[in-house]
Write a protein that binds this ligand. Sequence first.
Ligand SMILES: *Cc1c(COP(=O)(O)O)cnc(C)c1O
Length: 474
Amino acid sequence: MKHEELLRKAYDPETFRAEAHQLVDLLADSLNKASNGDLKEVLSWCEPAQAFNEVESLASNPKELFESTLKRCIQLHDPRFLGHQITPPLPIAALAGLFSDFVNNGMGVYEMGMAGTAMERFVIQKVAKQMNLGDNADGVLTSGGSLGNLTALLAARSKIADADVWNTGTDEPYSVMVSDQAHYCVDRSVRIMGWGADGTVLVPTDECYRMDIDVMKRSYLEARQRGRKVIAVIGSACCTSTGTFDDLKRISDFCQENELWFHVDGAHGGACAFSKKYKYLIDGIEFADSVVMDFHKLLMTPAITTALIFRNGFDGYQAFAQKAQYLWSEAETPEWFNLAKRTFECTKTMMSLKVFSILTNYGTEIFDANVTKLTDLAKAFAANIREQPDFEVAVEPETNIVCYRYVGDCSSGLSLNDLNRQLRQSILTKGNFYIVQTLLNGDVWLRSTISNPFTTIEHLQALLRDIRKLAMSH
Ligand SMILES: *Cc1c(COP(=O)(O)O)cnc(C)c1O
């Protein structure tokens, strides 16, 4: 085919129309099956080498390509999806994603993304209000909590560190404090900033995996005695493995007394701001200097969509600027509408539309409905596990994450850790449930994030029966 002809064909509007209709039919059918429990498996396990060998045979016409790819996808809309922290997206938000991909407006400078930029401000203000961050709060959407946390820490460094690190680099032993259950992206962020492994002062947690505040105070003094210059404390709301919330109020008091930056990693549980019933879990978030919250963990938004909010909106302009610029020169005015001033991303997708489409169609009430229902069910699941002598729960769940393990009989003489590791592997390859595992104090626990609002206690009881049956045959 001639080049010109090839290009015309690839952009043909009528082909697009027909293929898009087919795709939506495929996805709607899949949603229907998943919600009615008509899918055979939640995932169809395939070894990596085999998946790679199959790639070429996947690619034929678009209809078949999407059909065969879907068969290799883990089905988030299936109520038996009980694994990692990611939400089954609402169809309207997925359509917003298609729209964003099609128009391909980059959100770095205002004129490239006028509609999306305005919506982004609206979405940020909505979340800030829900968290009671006050009238000066402002921020941006970023591609993920990991990038959001790094950006918040860059702003903290700019504001608190005594050296102008942005311009001169530094050998100063700056540090941040965070619990030993924090997400690994905090440690990575610190290393990216050049402070090495010692830049993260890990604070031990109590028996519920919550940061021990008394120990934190001692760790702070010890770190200072070692010569570390602590600039910030990060509260986990919640931590990733068990979903436990740190005591944000007490961390905030400590930060205020010691003039430290208070950052809240609310990637997962910041969403509780929308739940009337569970909002108390994040009491104290209103005093945070910066907060990160993912929409793609609990709020039915496609990945990857994160809010990064500063209580004092001006702080957001300091992440990528020289120290303490309160007096803006002409070239460095804090323009909310030119988003690249506050984010590492240059070409940024129109992620605001995904959230806005949900808000405008269903209001914040749908967030409340989802967060509250999932958390209620996680608690009911834990209570149910406790009634079964051959299972145990690691810790009372505070959010939709439950850690548990099988402690009953098995035919082989495996240790509990090896047994639970093997059970999780068998569940994965069997494919009728999806669960993950985690390590707590060196022990293996099964871990489920209840993400689908149509999962019921009956699904969870069936999961336990499956695990028990597998254990008996081990
Ligand atoms: C998921 C998670 C992250 C990472 O967020 P991404 O959006 O996956 O980059 C960071 N912190 C916590 C507490 C998390 O649960």
